[in-house]
Design a protein around this ligand. Structure first.
Ligand SMILES: NC(=O)c1ccc[n+]([C@@H]2O[C@H](COP(=O)([O-])OP(=O)(O)OC[C@H]3O[C@@H](n4cnc5c(N)ncnc54)[C@H](OP(=O)(O)O)[C@@H]3O)[C@@H](O)[C@H]2O)c1
Length: 293
């Protein structure tokens, strides 16, 4: 049975693509925004909508054209907001306002786990806290999803970390909490299917806990090839060149995200572990499959 229409913002990104996939699998009619259909589109079954989520007129048109009654909203500090907290807040408010004006009956907002606990130098997370508050005051029915670090960071060529056979890199080798963007989508589907249970609530999307050595061991098990864990860069360079992310990592290393995977698994029992995610992702950055059958 096909359910309601959902408009997913930024459907071609690491989050949007797998959120769309999970929503399609959960029988929603899924529309995904992208600024241009000339690039790779979102998951199969998703209807692309050419719209720039930073433009109010585009959002209004996207809601009007699709008649979506549900929305998945995320904002992006690094690209769309060009490293400006103020601009990210403005873009997020605008998306919430456009959804409200369109009469959307449930909005999922993607924030970050423990967003309010990161220090003042972790600029890229600050807008999330402000936008959560704005959403709470907006009058729109909402659910907030607060993910941990994405497994997708382990294969992120755009950020100089392509996944290669036999090695895996991350910005820290200490124990961290992770989730897959697919599980963000599965959690969104549950909230949208059960709005009475999820209205006004937040959920930490935390599916697995482990250090870089455990991630390498997971990839080794899945690929059958020896895997070497490696810091993406020395900590001194991380501090110098990626100071914002360095401070995020300091929080991961010294305090750690509070939520435990067991809590999320009550909601999504088969949430992906590191091994599961390598099987799910099943490709190196060069397109070669990880699992050889
Ligand atoms: N990485 C993590 O571990 C992590 C953890 C928790 C939360 N987050 C949050 O995840 C969000 C990033 O999501 P993502 O990883 O899916 O991002 P992404 O892969 O970089 O995708 C960005 C999306 O935004 C669109 N976009 C890019 N530049 C744009 C611009 N200048 N104007 C308008 N749209 C633009 C792109 O769509 P088109 O090019 O098709 O238009 C694309 O769909 C951030 O808010 C971050 O805080 C990340």
């Amino acid at each position: 049975m096909v359910n309601d229409r959902v408009l997913v913002l930024c459907s071609t990104g690491k989050v949007g693509r797998n959120v769309c996939r999970a929503l399609v699998e959960s029988h929603f009619e899924v529309y995904g925004t992208t600024r241009s259909v000339s690039g790779p589109l979102a998951a199969p079954g998703v209807i692309p909508v050419v719209a720039n989520y930073t433009q109010r007129a585009d959002l209004e048109r996207a809601f009007a054209e699709t008649k979506a009654t549900k929305a998945f909203v995320l904002t992006d500090y690094f690209k769309a907001a060009r490293h400006s907290i103020e601009l990210e807040v403005q873009q997020g408010r605008q998306a919430i306002d456009a959804a409200k004006a369109a009469g959307v009956d449930h909005l999922i907002f993607m924030s970050v786990a423990d967003a309010e606990r990161f220090d003042a130098k972790t600029h890229h997370i600050k807008a999330k806290v402000i936008l959560e508050d704005y959403l709470r005051q907006s009058g729109v029915r909402y659910t907030i999803l607060r993910p941990a670090a994405f497994f997708e960071n382990l294969d992120d060529a755009a950020n100089w970390n392509p996944l290669k056979k036999g090695r895996v890199s991350f910005l820290t080798d200490k124990s961290c909490k992770f989730c897959s963007t697919y599980d963000i989508g599965r959690a969104a589907a549950i909230a949208l299917h059960h709005p009475e249970d999820w209205a006004g609530k937040s959920l930490d999307v935390v599916a697995w806990h482990g250090d870089l050595a455990a991630i390498a061991a997971a990839l080794q098990t899945v690929s059958g090839v020896p895997v070497r864990p490696r810091l993406a860069m020395p900590i001194a360079l991380r501090r110098l060149f990626l100071n914002d992310l360095h401070h995020m990592c300091l929080y991961f290393e010294n305090e750690g995200i509070i939520a435990e995977p067991e809590a999320f698994k009550i909601i999504v029992p088969n949430a992906l572990s590191a091994e599961d995610w390598f099987r799910f992702h099943n490709r190196y950055a060069n397109g070669e499959p990880i699992v050889i059958v």
